[in-house]
Design a protein around this ligand. Structure first.
Ligand code: UDX
Length: 436
């Protein structure tokens, strides 16, 4: 099938290369010339395991090309995906300006029947918005349909998540339009859910908000554990053993970040308000997430007697492992807190340091994990990269001014840290100190 994908960010690029790899003729569209140059050379502008390999392969096989002209790509395609960003505006509602302008350009390229697929996360009712823009631009109603096909891929496992999706959601007004996407996705052999437009749009918000709620729930339990002497690790395991709950997204830590959860939880809260429902539960899910990092830093500040004049090592900057994405990363809140209270920071991350450096040229960056803790009064584990799980804690401790470890993702056991001579503080469990 001939397909255009407008927007070559995470969602657009992964969707494009996977569809191309399935043998479709794909045109990727982006308005950033440097990104286009990289893509044409087979270089992925984002760090995502496996992506560059598929990109190179599909270019070589002639199944994917890139252009900056939406109209030109649309003219040659039966299905056009909109996969541009919808970042939160100042009031928390998603900023739809990119979706709107893309819809206008798509309208100018429609020559024959085209299915316009919205993959960007948009408020309920936006399918109608895109449809209205294309119709108002003079495209006859029988020449196009708008379909909602939300994306559930995770950064770091995006290709696999696309190939092995739990479900493919297709929301459309007319069955014929939905069937076009069923045909496109059929080779993946995944369960397909065909709904109306509004339901498909809501499935995306509800799924991400539910997962964020699960994490906030276990993080709230971690706070009770710290107060009552329980261990959230044991509590989570016991709770997760109930098949109805499952262990997935029940890992306590510093809280959730990234490009989706913060935006989508906020987005659903906002959409609910707009429709006249006060979704108080979601406001609390956000509040727990914010206070989780703040509480962790309060504990560290208390232990050190404040951050003024203290040097803090930060291990991990990305919002989660296997990505260089730092959007709503907990590392940023941590760095800002330390700097704001008169401390200094040295940080290390295997891939995300360059992105943080753009925001924080005012901190030091270690080029190697064993340099991060030199002279530190405390070491904070922020992102659970595999290489940190294997790190030699004795070697790290030997370089520190004070042997204090705050483990924000519970990747070390208290026993291992204490054996390495470190004072161990974590989430949802009492602190442990080495015997004198
Ligand atoms: C998420 C959704 O999972 C995906 O379906 C959607 O398409 C986009 O948003 P992503 O943001 O890539 O994907 O990351 P994910 O692995 O879901 O993690 C989100 C955040 O939750 C991270 O900050 C992670 O550290 C945190 N998290 C996740 C926890 O704190 N505990 C957990 O148990 C799971």
């Amino acid at each position: 099938m001939k397909v255009a994908v407008v927007g070559t960010g995470y969602v657009g690029l992964v969707t494009g290369v996977v569809l191309a790899d399935m043998g479709n003729q794909v045109i990727g569209v982006d308005n950033d010339p440097s990104k286009l140059a990289q893509l044409r050379a087979g270089i992925s502008p984002i760090y995502e395991p496996g992506l560059e390999e598929v990109l190179k392969r599909t270019i070589q096989e002639g199944n994917i090309t890139f252009t900056d002209s939406i109209a030109e790509a649309v003219e040659q395609s039966e299905v056009v995906f909109i996969a541009v960003g919808t970042p939160p505006a100042a009031d928390g509602s998603p900023d739809l300006s990119a979706v709107k302008s893309v819809a206008c350009s798509i309208a100018s390229g429609i020559r024959s029947y085209t299915v316009v697929v919205n993959k960007s996360t948009v408020p309920v009712g936006s399918g109608g918005l895109v449809e209205g823009i294309i119709r108002d631009a003079g495209v006859p109603e029988d020449l196009f349909d708008v379909v909602s096909n939300p994306e559930f891929l995770r950064e770091g496992s995006a290709i696999r998540d696309t190939l092995e999706a739990d479900r493919i959601v297709i929301g459309a007004k007319r069955r014929e339009a939905a069937m076009k996407l069923v045909e496109l996705y059929a080779p993946l052999e995944r369960p397909m859910h065909i709904t109306d437009l509004a339901s498909a749009e809501l499935i995306k918000y509800a799924s991400n908000s539910f997962l964020a709620m699960k994490i906030s729930f276990i993080n709230a339990i971690s706070r009770i554990c710290e107060l009552c002497g329980a261990d959230v690790g044991d509590v989570a395991k016991g709770v997760a053993a109930d098949k109805r709950i499952s262990p997935l997204f029940l890992q306590p830590g510093l809280g959730w970040g990234g490009s989706c959860f913060p935006k989508d939880v906020q987005g659903l809260l906002r959409v609910s308000q707009d429709f006249g429902y006060d979704f108080k539960l979601l406001a609390e899910v956000i509040e727990i997430n914010e206070s989780q990092t703040a509480n962790f830093m309060d504990r560290l500040s208390k232990r050190l007697g404040g951050f003024s004049g203290k040097h803090i090592a930060v291990m991990g900057l990305a919002f989660k492992p296997n990505t260089d994405d730092i959007r709503y990363a907990k590392s940023l809140a941590i760095i800002e807190r330390v700097l704001g209270e008169g401390g200094t920071v040295r940080a290390y991350d295997p891939v995300a340091a360059a992105n943080v450096r753009e925001i924080h040229p005012d901190i030091e960056y270690a080029s190697h994990v064993y340099e991060v803790a030199e002279g530190a009064d405390a070491l904070i584990l922020v992102t659970e990269w595999n290489e940190f799980k294997q790190v030699d804690l004795v070697r790290l401790r030997e370089t520190m001014r004070q042997p204090i470890l705050f483990d924000g993702r519970r990747i070390y056991s208290a026993a291992t840290a204490v054996k390495a001579g470190l004072e161990y503080h974590s989430i949802g469990v009492a602190s442990s100190v080495p015997a004198q």
